[in-house]
Write a protein that binds this ligand. Structure first.
Ligand code: GLC
Length: 650
């Protein structure tokens, strides 16, 4: 069915629930005052046709009307096909603190939530400074302080650290983006000296996460709530590349607030939201991580602010389900991991991570657990919840079992038999031992281990990918032992992974012929630069979350103190180059917002480790049971096809 046909279907009422009042209204309160809503309702008789006819520019509330078919209806998305940009008249700014009109439950207007700081200790003066943590660590190790850090030195240190934090807050606030007078995000980089902005003047979903967390931890909830609800509206946008549209539920990689002339009135302008789903991005890759991060942030918002009304909204619930349906859809895959193209996450260009990259799997697992916590049970979603539970169990089993590597496992792989045809093969993926990279044999510490970057038939990508490993710890995708082992490895390999600036995005870099083939000779991804072994200060926050979860704050504190030595002086670069992160990256943007926000989140969590709970997840007992059930039914025990059919309904 073509777009216009679908629109006709919608207009003729062929899609029953599309205009049902709860759905239609659910987004209206987002940016429009009740005055405007009434006005628009008054025009309703003629307005639907007019709106579709009118343009590729749609008014905000129309988009909301059209875009939320509950239960993944087919046509809503097509109907919105003509609505290219999300638009808002600036007169609507006052509605941000208005009253939810249609939800009946007060919807998301919870300024009172500001008072609901669940973490009483947030912003408390009880700051766990690096020195104190070091002291703690020494005490833990039974050592006494050698007294080299005198009072004068630590006072000076504290003052300079405070000024770095003040500067960071100021820069973060300067990067805020407003839509109709309300803050809705932060731009990727705010470098006044750069002439080559590219798309760094946009709000990236993944880049906003540390900004959002920093604001949440500071008790500033509005910007996060606005971000969540506005990006939700973009979720159902038409997104096409050369006549092809990806699945419903995709969240954009980024969006921009544009000021455009008002329809029919040359003298006036209005603001529109213009999303990019990858159709303009370099490489044209859809961002699989955006929706997953969105779910994680949504849960963090609820946990931190105490305002659960956002996640309970019908449109938000529908948004969660659309993301889940997209991720849980059946395909050709034999693995429970999510199959994606190269560059569909933080590493958004070719780096040989197509297939089942760890970063996506860790975010997927995290988002599934977060969604499970937030989904309100209703008849229509039983199947979805069952699929989600089954996937969680299968996914954690698969990653913990097949992605894990340490000395013992490496030796096991080294002795693998190959070409095993059977249900109970040990070497299920037919990995040839010769694949074990020489660097890994040297690099693997005796104590510690990590999750490999990717697993495909006859192929293990042994590179250490930081975000995937750190988020596997934060989300509990890695077991407790594995999580400690990952942190042990980080400590053991400090000189490689942290060196002069935390944290290397992956290790080691691709070089020579391998670089040529895998990156396509990408001059931006030369060895030890950018995504190919460059160091990204933003990763500090994920490192800190992982450390807090495992109650090992001293590791994060040490990394933060390394960053503090130069990050402000270097103007908050996006990334650093060279093996030891000695240079500011070749094409690195300065005043990169997520470098700034990442640092702030790390500091805030160091001050209040408990606050990391808004981001971390744990398996509950039902999942643990289902998991052990699977373990006993599965791994290297003898089994036939029958046992494989078993499903786990949690
Ligand atoms: C680069 C990064 C990507 C980030 C974007 C904006 O493209 O690879 O992860 O979102 O810059 O900062």
């Amino acid at each position: 069915m073509g777009t216009s046909e679908a629109v006709l279907h919608v207009l003729s009422g062929a899609v029953p629930r599309l205009f049902s009042s709860d759905l239609c209204s659910s987004n209206l309160d987002l940016v429009f005052s009740s005055k405007y809503h009434i006005k628009s309702v008054n025009k309703k008789g003629s307005s639907y046709m007019q709106r579709f006819k009118c343009s590729r520019l749609a008014r905000c509330q129309i988009g909301s009307y059209m875009c939320k078919p509950l239960g993944g209806g087919l046509y809503g998305n097509r109907a919105i096909g003509r609505l290219k940009l999300l638009r808002c008249k600036c007169e609507r700014a006052e509605s941000v603190s208005g009253v939810g009109m249609d939800e009946g439950n007060g919807a998301w207007f919870v300024d009172s939530a500001k008072k609901l700081n669940l973490n009483g200790s947030i912003n408390s003066p009880n700051i766990l400074e690096f020195d104190a943590v070091e002291q703690l660590k020494r005490e833990k190790e039974g050592l006494t302080s050698n007294g080299t850090v005198g009072t004068g030195t630590s006072t000076f240190h504290k003052a300079s650290v405070d000024s770095i934090e003040d500067e960071a807050w100021e820069l973060l606030r300067d990067s805020m983006v407003y839509y109709c007078g309300s803050p809705i995000g932060t731009i990727a980089a705010n470098d006044p000296t750069s002439s080559n902005v590219l798309n760094y003047d946009q709000v990236f979903i993944r880049d906003f996460i540390p900004s959002g967390i920093a604001f949440l931890l500071k008790g500033e909830y509005d910007i996060v709530r606005n971000f969540i609800l506005h990006t939700l509206q973009l979720q159902s946008w038409e997104k096409t590349m050369d006549c092809h549209s990806p699945g419903q539920g995709l969240m954009p990689a980024s969006f921009k607030v544009r000021t455009v002339p008002l329809d029919g009135d040359d003298s006036a302008t209005e603001e529109v939201l213009d999303p990019d789903f990858g159709e303009a991005a370099i490489g044209r890759v859809a961002p699989v991580d955006s929706g997953l991060w969105w779910i994680i942030l949504l849960r963090a918002y609820g946990k931190c602010s105490g305002d659960l009304s956002v996640q309970e909204r019908v449109d938000v619930q529908t948004g969660i389900k659309m993301i889940l349906r997209l991720c849980l859809a059946d395909g050709f895959d034999m693995f429970p991991t999510l199959l994606v193209t190269d560059g569909s996450c933080m590493i958004d260009r070719r780096m040989g991570i197509h297939g089942h990259p760890l970063e996506i799997q860790a975010l997927f697992y995290s988002a599934l657990l977060c969604a499970r916590e937030m989904l309100t049970p209703e008849d229509g979603s039983a199947d979805l919840i069952r699929a989600l539970n089954n996937r969680l169990v299968a996914l954690s089993f698969h990653i913990r079992e097949y992605y894990w590597i340490d000395m013992r496992k490496l030796n096991e792989i080294y002795r693998y038999k190959t070409e095993e045809y059977s249900y109970d093969a040990v070497n299920k993926f037919n990995i040839y031992p010769d694949q074990i990279s020489p660097w890994l044999v040297e690099w693997m510490p005796n104590k510690g281990g990590f999750l490999i970057g990717n697993l495909q038939p006859a192929h293990m990508d042994f590179r250490f990918f930081s975000l995937g490993n750190l988020w596997a710890v934060a989300s509990g995708l890695a077991t407790t032992d594995q999580s400690h082992a990952i942190l042990d490895l980080i400590e053991a390999k400090w000189a490689d992974l942290v060196a002069d600036m935390p944290f290397k995005i992956c290790y080691p870099a691709l070089e020579g012929r391998e670089w040529q083939i895998i990156t396509g000779s990408d001059p931006k991804n030369t060895p030890w630069s950018y995504h190919n072994g460059g160091s990204w200060p933003t990763l500090l926050w994920q490192l800190t979350v992982a450390c807090m979860k495992m109650n090992r704050p001293e590791i994060a504190a040490k990394a933060i103190s390394v960053a503090e030595k130069r990050i402000s002086r270097d103007k908050w670069p996006e990334y650093y180059d060279t093996k030891k992160a000695r240079f500011i990256g070749k094409q690195s943007h300065l005043f990169q917002t997520w470098s700034i926000a990442g640092y702030l989140v790390a500091k805030l969590l160091l001050a209040d480790p408990n606050a990391a709970k808004i981001l971390t997840t744990e398996e509950d007992s039902e999942l643990v049971n289902a998991f052990s059930c699977m373990i006993s039914a599965n791994p290297r025990r003898k089994r036939g096809p029958k046992s494989l059919k078993q499903t786990y309904i949690v």
